[in-house]
Design a protein around this ligand. Structure first.
Ligand code: MN
Ligand code: MN
Length: 461
């Protein structure tokens, strides 16, 4: 009787009942690398800098249009310091298509406004405009760092990184004490803290003179000492406040990783590591680190930008292949995090269809909301292909869906890849507390996502 059940039913198993000893050890190693990468990559720009360094260490060279391509060549191209593409040239022509993995390296955060600085009641603040979908109440009373660049009129760019190094000062947004919060506590969670109210306190000591706005002047004079900037330079700055928490292991068993920006640097690192590790691929492998996913993938550095098409067209031109011919035979893993089932909030989930922590890489056939609206919906054949590849490579994976029907939904870069006539499917690491200042993932799932992407890159079909 049980044999029939075993044969006919699909039962999912906890990854720890399936993972080999070798994979378990490799997973610890892998996660150490990821934690270091994440801890030091607080913005998309920093993620690009760190990815370029890793790529160079692993023999990648900057791609220049017109280059002659040879199998095994390792190339990268940076798009405006905020996005990046890497490729390992395959033995087959691009006429046979490329194997692409695309993840995003931007994360929800608090961008400073273009005129952020003001003083009130002898305290100095930065005004912010939040970026991406956040629950605003989560961003008050946590330590913040300020990262980014200031583009000066001279054409020079100044890098800002305040609060990351031990001993650096940090910043914070205050909240009302419970004693005086009677009225605030009656509001809904989306109204209790407003977007316009997210002001970061940055100083309190007045400048030693008798004029106006003495604290603001004192703050400006510190910034001038540190970076040589004046208040006008904020006009052409891209500064952002991000959580100042260090990435760390979570749980007595150290099985999880807590940190800011898992969405989607956890998948970005997985595909980056996979393209660094892939050996002599049959088809050309491409890794995309995209920007602006959290605001809809628009803009020059987002996945809707033609920067990607230009890069691919340049590769194709080197082999005398038409881009559209390459696209129609290509395959893309849109590597993005998915929501993990949270036992504390079971009401939003249909448990059997939701990804679970420690069950491996999550595959989303479709995303979207209200009747799958806005999804590219991968074909059954594409899912079938992945089942085959993952089984061969020993990848632990699970099917995933974002919440109950009509509960909500989300999007990724998948549809922008599929719209290019590339077979595309979403796949990535299940996350708890997604978009919070401190998100949670399981080590096993991180490693299996890397292993899954490497399996697709290495596939010889
Ligand atoms: Mn994402
Ligand atoms: Mn997101």
């Amino acid at each position: 009787m049980d044999d029939v059940r075993k044969q006919l039913f699909y039962e999912q198993k906890n990854g720890y009942d399936l993972i080999s000893r070798d994979d378990h050890l490799a997973s610890e190693d892998y996660c150490r690398g990821y934690m270091a990468f994440l801890n030091d990559s607080r913005t998309e720009r920093e993620a690009v800098i760190n990815a370029v360094a890793l790529a160079k260490e692993n023999g990648f060279a900057e791609f220049k249009p017109g280059m002659e391509l040879k199998p095994g060549m390792k190339l990268y191209q940076v798009n405006r310091g905020k996005a990046m593409m890497l490729a390992v040239i395959g033995k087959k022509s691009l006429e046979e298509g490329a194997v692409i993995a695309g993840a995003h390296i931007d994360s929800p955060r608090l961008d400073l406004k273009q005129l952020p600085l003001y003083e009130t009641d002898e305290l100095c603040y930065f005004r912010t405009h939040y970026y991406g979908g956040i629950k605003k109440y989560q961003w008050v009373t946590i330590p913040l760092e300020v990262h980014g660049v200031v583009a000066l009129k001279s054409g020079e760019t100044v890098d800002v990184r305040l609060g990351r190094e031990p001993g650096d000062p940090r910043f914070v947004i205050t909240d009302l004490l419970p004693h005086l919060a009677q009225e605030q506590m009656k509001k809904t969670m989306s109204e209790g803290i407003t977007g316009e109210g997210l002001h970061i306190i940055i100083g309190s000591v007045p400048y030693a003179d008798e004029g106006k706005d003495r604290v603001r002047l004192a703050v400006m004079s510190v910034l001038n000492d540190l970076y040589g900037i004046t208040e006008e330079d904020f006009l052409s700055a891209e500064l952002t406040a991000v959580p100042a928490f260090d990435v760390c292991e979570i749980g007595l068993d150290r099985s999880m990783i807590g940190g800011y920006g898992h969405d989607d640097r956890v998948c970005a690192y997985a595909e980056l590591k996979a393209i660094l590790d892939v050996k002599d691929p049959a088809r050309t492998c491409v890794c995309i680190l995209a920007d602006k996913e959290e605001t809809g993938s628009d803009g020059v550095s987002g996945m809707q930008s033609q920067a990607f098409d230009t890069f691919m067209a340049d590769l194709c031109a080197a082999q005398g292949v038409e881009l559209r011919r390459c696209y129609e035979k290509s395959f893309c893993l849109s590597a993005d995090v998915t929501a993990a089932f949270d036992p504390l909030y079971p009401e939003v989930s249909e448990k059997r269809s939701e990804a679970k922590l420690n069950y491996g890489m999550g595959i989303c056939k479709f995303t979207g909301a209200r009747g799958k609206s806005g999804t590219s919906d991968a074909s059954a054949e594409v899912v079938g292909y992945l089942r085959r590849v993952f089984e061969k490579a020993g990848v632990l994976w699970q099917m995933a869906e974002l919440g109950k029907v009509d509960q909500g939904g989300g999007g990724t870069i998948a549809k922008f890849m599929a719209n290019r006539n590339i077979d595309t499917i979403d796949a990535g690491v299940p996350v708890l507390s997604m978009h919070a200042p401190f998100e949670l993932v399981a080590k096993l799932d991180c490693f299996m996502t890397y292993k899954g992407i490497l399996a697709v890159y290495s596939d010889q079909e």
